[in-house]
Design a protein. Structure first.
Length: 310
């Protein structure tokens, strides 16, 4: 197991902001993605005779990136669009936020939710409160459940050590913790990384990675958004790569794991959300929530033309 002494330290110089031209992946296979809207006919052609399953990230995909994470609201138009597309295709949101927090933002019971970067999956929605007894058809999967107490402890420690850094905020996402530094003066970014790493010296089974002006602390387990997509497809009995076309739309580094899974399936469609062209495991790109909202509308329009197996 990786220990705190050899844990890779996060590089937050760039802030990994979508406005930068930083590559979102180091994989040499990755390519610059063409527009999903311009090549929508190819997506439709790939969907012929197949069951389409739609996976969506939340922040930066369904909602704009904002200074206050608590105010990352999706528009009414986006909510209506997601609700509409879910009538035609199984739809899931896979987010780094806690599952309950994502539901509070989205407020749709027609879709599936995977929070904490896929470590908290409700494969059949009954209620956003996971303490309520579920029906036997519901599958609640939490591969990092043993880390729950540890995550609570590290969250409290991170809140304490970041109090002195103006603009830094800590968000407990149940099975992971987000340390936001979007509102921190750039000269203090390294200080944020330093205090986070100092705390993690006492938690060798946790790791830290960078996102869009956020440090993500999570358990060192073999689980990510790609694994979550595979689990959901199996749970929905839609893991046949010959008859199913999964589409995943996301903007963050963590979404690359899902893009990679779809690329390796030989029959999937990853769509990167980014303001600038960048290398990615995705096949296509969209330039922000304003374009993301268009794609489901187009999918709805063509739903009657797609031959969807029952």
């Amino acid at each position: 197991m990786m220990t705190s002494s050899n844990r890779e330290k996060p590089d937050i110089e760039s802030g990994y902001d979508g406005s930068s031209d930083e590559d979102s992946t180091e994989n040499s296979r990755a390519e610059i993605c063409p527009s999903a809207l311009c090549f929508f006919d190819q997506i439709v052609a790939s969907a012929q005779d197949k069951k389409v399953v739609l996976f969506l990230d939340y922040d930066g995909t369904l909602s704009p990136i904002v200074n206050d994470p608590e105010k990352a609201f999706m528009s009414s138009e986006m909510r209506a669009t997601v609700k509409s597309v879910a009538k035609h295709f199984p739809t899931a949101i896979v987010s780094g936020r806690s599952r309950d927090k994502v539901f509070d933002f989205v407020k749709l019971t027609e879709i599936y939710y995977a929070g904490s970067h896929g470590m908290d999956i409700l494969a059949s929605f009954a209620d956003s409160d996971s303490t309520i007894e579920k029906t036997k058809e519901t599958k609640l999967f939490q591969p990092a459940n043993e880390f729950l107490t540890m995550i609570t402890e590290v969250s409290k420690s991170l809140i304490e050590v970041t109090k002195a850094i103006k603009g830094a905020t800590v968000e407990n996402n149940k099975f992971c913790v987000s340390v936001h530094y979007r509102n921190v003066d750039k000269k203090n970014w390294k200080l944020v990384a330093q205090v986070v790493n100092n705390v993690l010296k006492d938690f060798p089974s946790l790791k830290v990675s960078t996102g869009r002006k956020v440090l993500e602390v999570r358990p060192m387990i073999n689980w990510d958004k790609g694994k979550a997509v595979e689990f959901l497809l199996r749970s929905l009995e839609l893991d046949d790569s010959e008859t199913v076309l999964p589409i995943y739309i996301g903007d963050d580094k963590t979404d690359e794991d899902a893009f990679k899974v779809l690329r390796e399936r030989k029959n999937g469609c990853g769509i990167l959300v980014s303001q600038v062209p960048k290398k990615s495991e995705a096949f296509f790109m969209l330039r922000g929530p304003s374009e993301v909202v268009i794609l489901p509308v187009m999918l709805n329009f063509f739903a009657a033309l797609l031959i969807m197996p029952s």
